[in-house]
Design a protein around this ligand. Structure first.
Ligand SMILES: NC(=O)C1=CN([C@@H]2O[C@H](COP(=O)(O)OP(=O)(O)OC[C@H]3O[C@@H](n4cnc5c(N)ncnc54)[C@H](OP(=O)(O)O)[C@@H]3O)[C@@H](O)[C@H]2O)C=CC1
Ligand SMILES: C[C@H](CCC(=O)NCCS(=O)(=O)O)[C@H]1CC[C@H]2[C@@H]3C(=O)C[C@@H]4C[C@H](O)CC[C@]4(C)[C@H]3CC[C@]12C
Length: 271
């Protein structure tokens, strides 16, 4: 007998079987896991990233897991033509890629936020603008992967937070525009907490952040589910994202204290 969770998963799998899905930033981390979930669901998948050899490995794994089809486009999102990814229709666009950034105090290097805005924001805008005609035709979905750092300020992710806050501004406003236009395209903003992707960069922060990271596999599935169910926002992990959001609006001073509590400030100053 299937649990309610199991029944919902079956529904999601049927919704995505045969659907055409793009996942950006899918050569590793959460994006890689999203590609594998979609493959198990029998979707037609296109994945993007810069590292072709990694894309080839992920593609091979997706084929073995049952993808209806799998293609990849390698290149940096700073200068990728969105059209190169948009061939023959689209049902779901999952924007997930992220530029590398430093976890520490922002020392005023303006070029870093400028580059990060290109990778983390303007390429999301360009991909969305190019995909909209196809998504309007298919009554599809856009899923933008953001962060708690895009809803609540953090002292050690200033440039990164700048880009993630911008995603909220763009996609929340675009959602309202599409509603006014009666265009049946859903916009889902995924507000994520700390996720365990096992990468070196994550290890670099693990000694500073006190809470335990959530599993990338479950995170990836929750992102896909939120897009398929056309949710406005996903908060994952639910508690560790929702509590700071409540505190931000109602008890900001306590949030400042909480930030100091979940981060070993002194350790950051030495990194
Ligand atoms: N991990 C976490 O704790 C959290 C992650 N998030 C968000 O989740 C998403 C995925 O993060 P995560 O899986 O940790 O990231 P990873 O660093 O593991 O993966 C990032 C992906 O983006 C690709 N990428 C990086 N730079 C570029 C570029 N310039 N052009 C095109 N592709 C690029 C990388 O591939 P390649 O290097 O081959 O290009 C890789 O596939 C991001 O949007 C991130 O902000 C949000 C909150 C917490
Ligand atoms: C420091 C992380 C970014 C690491 C990076 O640059 N990755 C690419 C490395 S590569 O060049 O080798 O490819 C940050 C990425 C996600 C951040 C976390 C997040 O977004 C959720 C929380 C938000 C909160 O405001 C602060 C703590 C977070 C856990 C935050 C910490 C920094 C990241 C892990």
């Amino acid at each position: 007998v299937l649990s309610n969770h199991g029944k919902l998963l079956c529904v999601i799998m049927k919704m995505l079987k045969g659907k055409r899905v793009i996942v950006t930033g899918a050569s590793s981390g959460i994006g890689e896991q999203m590609a594998y979930h979609l493959a198990r669901m029998g979707s037609h998948i296109l994945i993007t990233a810069r590292t072709e050899v990694k894309l080839q490995k992920v593609s091979t794994q997706c084929r073995e897991l049952g993808a209806a089809s799998i293609h990849y486009v390698s290149g940096s999102m700073e200068n990728m033509s969105p059209q190169s990814c948009l061939l023959g229709g689209l049902d779901m666009l999952i924007l997930n890629h992220v530029g590398s950034t430093h976890f520490g105090y922002f020392k005023g290097d303006i070029e870093h936020p400028r580059k990060l805005l290109e990778i983390n924001v303007l390429s999301y805008v360009a991909m969305t603008v190019s995909a909209l005609p196809m998504l309007k035709e298919s009554r599809g979905s856009v899923v933008a992967v953001s962060s708690l750092a895009g809803k609540v300020g953090n002292p050690f992710t200033v440039p990164y937070s700048t880009t993630k806050f911008a995603l909220d501004g763009f996609f929340s406003s675009l959602r309202q525009m599409l509603i006014v236009e009666n265009a049946n395209v859903s916009i889902t903003l995924c507000v994520l907490g700390y996720i365990n992707t096992g990468k070196a960069a994550m290890k670099a922060v693990s000694h500073v952040i006190c809470n335990k990271p959530a599993p990338k596999e479950e995170c990836a599935l929750e992102i896909i589910k939120s897009g398929a169910l056309r949710q406005r926002e996903l908060h994952y992990p639910y508690i560790s994202v929702t509590i700071p959001l409540i505190l931000r609006d109602w008890v900001p001073d306590f949030l400042d204290a909480l930030t100091r509590n979940i981060m070993d400030i002194e350790k950051v100053e030495r990194t």
